[in-house]
Design a protein around this ligand. Structure first.
Ligand code: URP
Ligand code: ZN
Ligand code: ZN
Length: 473
C-alpha cells in the first residue's frame, strides 16, 4: 500500500536557507516527510534532474480591479491565477480596491464573489484604502484586520486613489494600532500633475513622456515623505514597486537608521528601461507602468539593493491591460496623451523566470536568495509563514519544480494571462518552472494546465511580525 498521496522523488530541494537532495512525501496536501528512499506514493514525480523550490508567492498582483470607463483589466481571477500557476506560483496576493464612497467590507465581499470558483492557486487579499472615513478607520479596517486581511496599500498619487498627508498619517496611526502592514505607493501627486500639464502644453503627449512626467526625484521625494511620516508615528512601512536608485537610497538610509522600512522591487525595474517607452507611434504604451522603468544606473542600483538586502520581496505588480482594441493601451482616439494610457503591465507568469535567469543563472544571487525574494519573505512579511513559503514538515505542499538549465524565449504564445502581449517579448531566459504543485495537487505541468479553477482557496492571514512598531534604540 502506498504510504503517501504523492512523492516528489530525488530532486535538489532548495529553501531560503538550505539545500539538499531529498524525496518529499505529501499527505493530505501537506508535507509529511522529507528524506531519502521514502516509501512509494500513490503518485510519484521524478525530480532527479530538477530543483524543487517552495512555490512562488507573488504578493503584488491586480486582478479584475474596477477601471474608469473605456478601460478593462485583462485578467480576472481565472486567467490571472492560471498564468500564475504556469509561472511557478502557488499563491498570489491581489488587492481589494475600495472605490471612494464605498464600504471596505462591501468591497471585500464583492472581490470574494469575483474570485469564487475561479482560482487555480491560493489567493490572499490585501486592501486598498482610498477613502479613509471615520467609519473605515474606526470600525471597518480594525474588523477586517481581525478577520485576516492584515495588510493594506495606500497611494500618494492617482486622482482616484491619492491620500493627502493628513490622511496618510491617519491611516498610519490605525496600521500601528492594529499591527497591520501598510504598503505605500510612493510617487508625489502634485509634482506629477504639474509635470504632466507642462508636458502636454508643449505637445509632449507620446507614451515616452509618461516616464518624464514621473521622474525619479518624484519617487524619491514621496519615499522620503512616507518614511518621515512612518518615523513620526512609529509605523512600519513596506514601500512597494521601487524603481530607482534615488528611492532605493532613501530606503537604505532609513534601514541604516534602524527604521522598520521594508521594500519591494519588480522585474520591470531590472529588465526594462524608459527607452522601451520610446517606440514608434503608440508602441511605447506597452511599457507604461508606474513608477516607470528608469535607466541603466537605476537597474544597477536595484541589483545593489537586492544583493544588500534592502529589498525583502520581488513581486510582479501584475496589472494587465490590452494593447489592441478600443480598450487597449494603443487606442489613439482614447489615448490622446500618455496621461490616458492605463498604467500597468502583465508579469505574473514571467516574474520568476526573469529573476531566476538574470539573478541565479547569471551568478548575481544564490538560489537560496532567489527563494527568499520570491517566496519565503512574502510569506513571512504578510503573515503566511510557515504554512506557506518553505519546504518543511507540516507546511502546505506548495512546490515549483525548476529545470535550471532549460532555455526559453518569453513570448506571448506561451502566456496564459488575458493580455494580448507580454512586455518581455523575445527575452531569452535560462531556468524555467516545469511543474507547479498547490497543496499536493499538480496544477501545471508539461506546458499545460492540470488543475481546476476553484481549487485555489482564499487565505486569511496572521498579523505580520514585521508590522510590530518599535523605534530604534
Ligand atoms: O502601473 C502600475 N503599477 N499599475 C498598477 C497599480 C499600482 O500602482 O500598483
Ligand atoms: Zn502602486
Ligand atoms: Zn500594483
Amino acid at each position: 500500500m502506498a504510504g503517501f498521496d504523492l512523492v516528489v522523488r530525488g530532486g535538489t530541494v532548495i529553501t531560503a536557507s538550505d539545500r539538499g537532495r531529498y524525496d518529499i512525501g505529501v499527505q493530505d496536501g501537506r508535507i509529511a516527510a522529507l528524506g531519502l528512499d521514502l516509501e512509494p506514493g500513490t503518485r510519484e514525480i521524478d525530480a532527479e534532474s530538477l530543483w524543487v523550490l517552495p512555490g512562488g508567492i507573488d504578493s503584488h498582483v491586480h486582478l479584475d480591479q474596477p477601471q474608469p470607463p473605456g478601460i478593462v483589466q485583462a485578467d480576472d481571477f481565472l486567467t490571472g491565477t492560471r498564468a500564475a500557476a504556469a509561472g511557478g506560483n502557488t499563491t498570489v496576493m491581489p488587492f481589494v480596491a475600495q472605490i471612494k464612497g464605498e464600504s471596505l467590507r462591501q468591497a471585500v465581499t464583492a472581490y470574494h464573489a469575483k474570485a469564487a470558483g475561479k482560482c487555480y492557486v491560493d489567493v490572499s487579499f490585501h486592501l486598498i484604502i482610498s477613502d479613509p472615513t471615520a467609519t473605515v478607520l474606526g470600525q471597518e479596517l480594525p474588523a477586517l484586520v481581525h478577520d485576516g486581511y492584515t495588510s493594506f496599500k495606500v497611494f500618494m498619487t492617482y486622482d482616484d486613489l491619492v491620500l493627502n498627508d493628513r490622511e496618510l498619517l491617519e491611516v498610519m496611526e490605525v496600521a500601528r494600532r492594529e499591527q497591520a502592514l501598510m504598503m505605500v505607493h510612493a510617487e508625489g501627486y502634485d509634482s506629477i500633475k504639474f509635470l504632466t500639464e507642462r508636458l502636454e502644453r508643449s505637445g509632449k503627449t507620446a507614451p515616452y513622456f509618461h516616464a518624464e512626467s514621473r521622474p525619479d526625484i518624484v519617487e524619491r521625494e514621496a519615499t522620503h515623505r512616507a518614511i518621515s511620516h512612518g518615523e513620526l508615528l512609529d509605523t512600519p512601512l513596506m514601500i512597494v514597486h521601487v524603481s530607482s536608485r534615488a528611492a532605493m537610497e532613501q530606503i537604505r538610509w532609513a534601514q541604516a537608521r534602524g527604521l522598520k522600512v521594508y521594500a519591494e522591487t519588480c522585474p520591470q525595474y531590472i529588465a526594462l528601461t524608459a527607452k522601451d517607452l520610446e517606440g514608434l507611434n503608440m508602441e511605447g504604451a506597452r511599457y507604461v507602468c508606474s513608477p516607470p522603468p528608469r535607466d541603466e544606473d537605476s537597474q544597477k542600483a536595484i541589483w545593489e539593493g537586492i544583493e544588500q538586502g534592502v529589498f525583502s520581496t520581488f513581486s510582479s505588480d501584475h496589472a494587465p491591460y490590452f494593447y489592441e482594441g478600443s480598450e487597449g493601451k494603443q487606442n489613439p482616439k482614447a489615448r490622446t496623451s500618455f496621461r490616458w494610457v492605463p498604467n500597468g503591465i502583465p508579469g505574473v507568469q514571467t516574474r520568476l523566470p526573469i529573476l531566476f535567469s538574470e539573478g541565479v543563472s547569471k551568478g548575481r544571487i544564490s538560489p537560496e536568495t532567489f527563494v527568499a525574494l520570491t517566496s519565503t519573505n512574502h510569506a513571512r512579511m504578510y503573515g503566511l509563514y510557515p504554512r506557506k513559503g518553505t519546504i518543511a514538515i507540516g507546511a502546505d505542499a506548495d512546490l515549483a519544480l525548476w529545470d535550471p538549465l532549460r532555455e526559453e524565449t518569453i513570448t506571448q504564445s506561451k502566456m496564459l494571462h488575458g493580455s494580448d502581449y507580454t512586455p518581455y517579448e523575445g527575452m531569452r531566459v535560462k531556468g524555467w518552472p516545469v511543474t507547479t504543485i498547490v497543496r499536493g495537487q499538480v496544477v501545471f505541468a508539461d506546458g499545460e494546465l492540470k488543475g481546476e479553477p476553484g481549487f485555489g482557496q482564499h487565505l486569511a492571514r496572521e498579523l505580520s511580525p514585521y508590522a510590530k512598531p518599535g523605534r530604534p534604540s
